[in-house]
Design a protein around this ligand. Structure first.
Ligand SMILES: [Zn+2]
Length: 334
């Protein structure tokens, strides 16, 4: 599993700075895809490491680092909505796993109050390995009011050597009482040159790095995901063409949410063009020289937003894609 060596250089700098902080509760906040989860996990590894390096970072070798790498550290607790835990292959508590196995309920989209009660209990236990304990909460805005209030007292006066890292992609949704008890760290976008160099260091060609970073709206994590997926990478340049041809197959290879995200990016860029502004996600050369009328694009944007609301339950994904492509085609052909 990833050690600190896999953190991109700009997150390494953040990690160094945060390891010098003495507060027991950190809030990492920024837009999605800025790397705050990777940073939060790296902090947790460093806090619990038994032989930290001179700069305070985790060694990646000791029993504690190994236990975290296999996600079975007695002094580490990760709180996420169950859907997110499953997506990221974090083990669920036995009871929750059993309930899901027996189909008694669906995986939660929020951090459950039961899980938070267990976390409060976890904080009260003596730590097993002697380096204190660590709790990571992601995304922190997935705590509802009851869950957040269950955490409050422990966050204010942790019973022992417990440190918290709250990772947020929408910190404005957090209760002010939670925010005020944490030392806040705002994530910064790295310089594009730094991200391009990092992408290329992972074996991605200069062209692909450029195209994927642009398509990802400068998010390094999303750029890497795009660059590593041949289907997505091809769409960085070919989406307008694919749609104009009415080709639904190319998009059908992707999950519904990704299909919609691509269409929304294209619609956004065409709106920019129609107003004489520079596109953001696509190269101008790959977009139609004469964009459709703003009135049509506005209607398209609205329809895509409506689709996005029901995206988790498409009645039939194949039909949905065909309808989306037909709609895009009719607009691009005007
Ligand atoms: Zn270690």
């Amino acid at each position: 599993m990833s050690s600190q060596h896999h953190l991109p250089p700009w997150l390494q700098a953040d990690l160094q700075r945060l390891l010098r902080q003495s507060g027991h509760a950190l809030l990492l906040q920024g837009a999605g895809g800025m790397g705050q989860l990777a940073l939060g996990l790296a902090l947790m590894r460093a806090w619990l490491c038994e032989q930290p390096q001179a700069d305070g970072q985790a060694c990646g070798q000791c029993p504690s680092c190994h236990a975290l790498a296999v996600r079975a550290h007695a002094d580490a607790l990760v709180l996420m909505p169950e859907e997110e835990m499953l997506r990221q292959a974090w083990p669920l508590p036995d009871k929750a796993q059993r309930e899901l196995d027996e189909k008694k309920r669906k995986p939660s989209k929020e951090i459950r109050v039961d899980a938070m009660r267990d976390a409060v209990e976890f904080c009260q236990r003596t730590n097993a390995r002697g380096r204190g304990k660590a709790v990571l909460i992601y995304p922190a805005e997935a705590m509802n009011h009851i869950t957040a209030n269950t955490l409050l007292k422990t966050l204010e006066e942790p019973p022992g050597a417990v440190r918290f890292v709250l990772v947020s992609e929408a910190a404005h949704l957090l209760l002010p009482t939670i925010r005020s008890r944490c030392l806040s760290h705002a994530m910064q976008w790295p310089a594009p040159e730094q991200v391009l160099a990092w992408l290329q260091a992972q074996g991605i060609s200069a062209d692909a790095a450029q195209a994927s970073l642009r398509a990802a709206g400068n998010s390094p994590e999303q750029a890497l995901a795009i660059a590593q997926s041949p289907e997505n990478l091809a769409l960085c340049r070919k989406l307008p063409q694919v749609l104009k041809q009415g080709d639904a197959k190319t998009l059908q290879a992707l999950p519904a949410a990704q299909q919609l995200a691509w269409l929304q990016k294209l619609c956004h860029d065409l709106m920019c063009l129609s107003q004489g502004a520079a596109p953001r996600f696509f190269a101008a050369a790959d977009l139609p020289a004469k964009p459709p009328a703003l009135r049509l694009l506005g209607r398209w944007a609205k329809a895509l937003t409506q689709q996005a609301r029901s995206i988790e339950h498409p009645y039939n994904q194949g039909l949905m894609t065909e309808a989306l492509v037909a709609q895009a085609r009719s607009i691009l052909r005007t």
